[in-house]
Design a protein. Structure first.
Lengths: 211, 491
């Protein structure tokens, strides 16, 4: 894979983050997360070729590009929540926060050099994705959006780890992916219970425990 | 084989899911707890340390896993009586009045056992990647435990716990990646043994960044302020025996993750940096606990904030190093035993009074005399009153701070400890003395399974204040030397 393809993939991930922050419909959020998962697999192959890289890339693309979004899609259909994302603050402001995050990521990237050959935009793309995930967790009303945010954040962390995919024991990365699968599963079950108990999946209803 | 300590409870957990008979399943829980403890003792007695192995016991691992195993035995005995007394039909929730029922008992028992397996994995592994997997597994196994009573408050607590801890340890994963970057070009492995060997030549900036992320990530799970928000909610809403395990065993496991990071930093000569960060978070935790303990009406939340306080003390002690770190390791034993005993007792109080308010649960000496006396003793111990072991270890930490000339830190610590003592004493005095509520009859019956485990744990802490066995002193000293990066201390 050429360096320009990799750079393009990183650009696509950054753009995806900004669109994710501006997305107003749940299905778009899920589609964007799936696309991001597939891109992540592509970057993994490009950055660390070899059999180990291929295995990790395959697992990442299948889980993050297919199974996780599908699980969340199913949960969304089953709890029958509305399609609207319901942000705490305007979607435009969210995009602005994302742009600010991109600036911060570029600033950090200029100071903290990766000690390994990697596409130039890898680090900014990863940090922006982590930040976009955090924004989704903190500034959205629905429990489901928080899980999507958590997955986005994990995508960013994995992107940061792609140059290392072939270096350390591969089975650790596969175990981590398995752990994430169980986490998404458990969170999905919790969302079902939240829906049944509160008749809504708005986390605003969580207000009985505080000091 | 150390790995048997992980496999045994995991298999027992699967068996618990399959067993239909309640009595048999409760027997399995106690039997597995006892088998786990015996197996741990046997492993500690016979194991030969292979530093390259994936699973090996070192001194802090043995100390924390030993604590987890002893507490698991105590809580499993408590669980037998607790589960027998729990109603399985729908019943009204005493706070909000809505109707709720329990999660299936077999799921609860199985998750308890999976939780023990995950904690064993954390304490046994020498590979930091595997340690991360273990910590995430503890979150996933314990979330259903917190949601045992299926009402909206426990669901809220479970969701906060799941989300905050998952996001928290996602940061720890980032820390691991940074650690990998720091050691790139060297062995590039996350095996503790290799990391310690590589540390002196690692890239210092990446190593510092890695430690910060590990500290924030595992600190979230350990309940260090300001990342502690899930802790009071989860501890107050979980069944009391689960709170006992969360506070007494799980928080230590998260601390182990931070200790590993500190070990690598110390080996790289960055101990002043990582120690400074630990002291800072320790002080913030102490201050936060002092603010929230005073005037806290909910006695389970009060205990939870006390856990934040003691986790702060542990971080402070490790960061200070020297004799303070030694006392800090001793303090883990005192805190875990006392806090588990107090949470188990709070379950007895809750079962009789149906309230978590210290203003309503009054007259303990007249209604639950044994629980009342133990509650009082537990309070004296957790606030570091002589002659309990907690007094010895807290005094040791302060002494260690003063020996290093850290007068400011020592003063802040002592002020916070004093404020917390006053804050907790007013609530506890209100509960043990005071008039008995009219709706309660005479002295309630107290089973051996409901007070026995707490009495044992409180007795242990009392004995530790008077005499510390030679073997234990040696283990604590070895754990301190390993945690401060002075030696490998493998079994």
């Amino acid at each position: 894979m050429t360096a320009s393809t990799l750079s393009l993939a990183c650009w696509a991930i950054i753009l995806g983050d900004l669109i994710l922050l501006g997305a107003g419909r749940m299905r778009h959020l899920l589609l964007l997360t799936a696309a991001q998962g597939l891109l992540l697999g592509l970057v993994t192959v490009g950055v660390s070729p070899g059999i180990e890289g291929y295995i990790v890339a395959g697992a990442v693309a299948t889980l993050k590009g297919g199974i996780f979004p599908w699980l969340l899609w199913r949960t969304m259909r089953q709890v029958g929540t509305s399609e609207i994302v319901e942000p705490f603050m305007g979607l435009g402001t969210s995009i602005l926060v994302g742009l600010g995050g991109l600036g911060l990521a570029l600033w950090i990237d200029a100071r903290l050099l990766l000690p390994i050959a990697a596409p130039p935009l890898l680090m900014p793309a990863a940090l922006t994705t982590v930040l976009a995930g955090l924004v989704l967790i903190v500034l959205r009303h629905k429990a489901l959006t928080q899980v999507i945010g958590y997955l986005t954040m994990e995508n960013g962390i994995f992107l940061l780890g792609t140059p290392l995919a072939g270096h350390d024991a591969m089975w650790i990365e596969l175990l981590i992916l398995l752990d994430l699968l169980v986490a998404v599963f458990v969170m999905g079950i919790a969302i079902h219970h939240i829906r049944r108990t509160f008749d809504s999946i708005d986390v605003d209803r969580f207000c009985s425990l505080r000091d | 084989m150390p790995i048997a300590l992980v496999v045994l409870p995991a298999l027992a957990g699967i068996l618990a899911l399959l067993l239909a008979n309640d009595a048999l399943r409760r027997g399995l829980l106690v039997a597995t707890a006892l088998a786990h403890l015996s197996l741990l003792l046997a492993t500690a007695a016979t194991a030969t340390g292979d530093p390259h192995a994936l699973f090996a016991l070192d001194a802090p691992g043995l100390l924390f896993l030993g604590l987890a195993s002893v507490l698991f035995v105590a809580t499993s005995i408590y669980a037998v009586g607790y589960l027998r007394a729990e109603r399985t039909d729908e019943r009204p929730d005493f706070v909000a009045g809505v109707v709720f029922r329990n999660a299936p008992e077999r799921v609860f028992t199985a998750c308890l056992l999976f939780f023990l397996a995950a904690m064993s994995l954390v304490c046994l592994t020498r590979h930091l990647g595997l340690l991360w997997v273990g910590v995430e597994c503890t979150t996933l196994a314990s979330a259903p435990l917190i949601y045992f009573h299926r009402h909206h408050r426990s669901l809220e607590a479970t969701w906060k716990y799941l989300l905050i801890c998952s996001v928290g340890i996602a940061f720890a994963l980032m820390g691991l990646l940074f650690l990998n970057y720091a050691s790139l070009g060297l062995s590039g492995s996350l095996h503790l043994d290799r990391l310690l060997a590589d540390a002196p030549t690692m890239h210092p900036v990446w190593l510092k960044a890695a430690f910060l992320f590990l500290l924030v990530g595992y600190g979230c799970k350990m309940g260090l302020a300001p990342m502690h928000h899930w802790l009071p909610d989860a501890h107050s809403e979980a069944p009391s025996l689960v709170s006992a395990l969360l506070s007494g065993a799980l928080l230590n496991c998260a601390f182990l993750g931070i200790i590993r990071g500190h070990q690598v930093c110390a080996a790289a000569g960055l101990a002043p940096f990582s120690g400074g960060m630990l002291v800072l978070l320790g002080l913030v935790s102490l201050g936060t606990a002092a603010v929230f303990v005073v005037g806290q009406g909910d006695f389970k939340r009060m205990l939870a904030y006390s856990s934040v306080e003691h986790m702060g003390l542990l971080a402070l002690a490790l960061g200070t190093g020297g004799s303070a770190a030694l006392s800090g390791m001793l303090h883990t034993i005192n805190h875990s035993c006392t806090k588990a005993a107090l949470f188990l007792l709070s379950g007895n109080i809750l079962a009789l009074y149906h309230t978590k308010s210290s203003y309503d649960a009054r007259g303990l000496f007249r209604t639950l005399p044994i629980t009342g006396v133990l509650w009082m003793l537990g309070f004296l111990s957790i606030t570091g009153t002589p002659p309990f072991g907690t007094f010895v270890s807290e005094l040791g930490i302060i002494h260690g701070l003063l020996a290093q000339g850290r007068w400011g830190v020592a003063t802040i610590t002592m002020v916070c400890l004093a404020v917390i003592f006053v804050g907790m004493s007013s609530a506890v005095a209100r509960m043990v003395h005071g008039p008995k509520p009219r709706y309660l009859g005479g002295i309630a019956r107290e089973d051996l399974s409901s007070v026995g485990p707490s009495a044992f744990l409180v007795a242990v802490v009392l004995l530790l204040g008077i005499v510390q066995p030679e073997g234990l002193r040696w283990l604590v000293a070895a754990a301190m030397r390993v945690a401060s990066g002075m030696e490998e201390g493998l079994w």
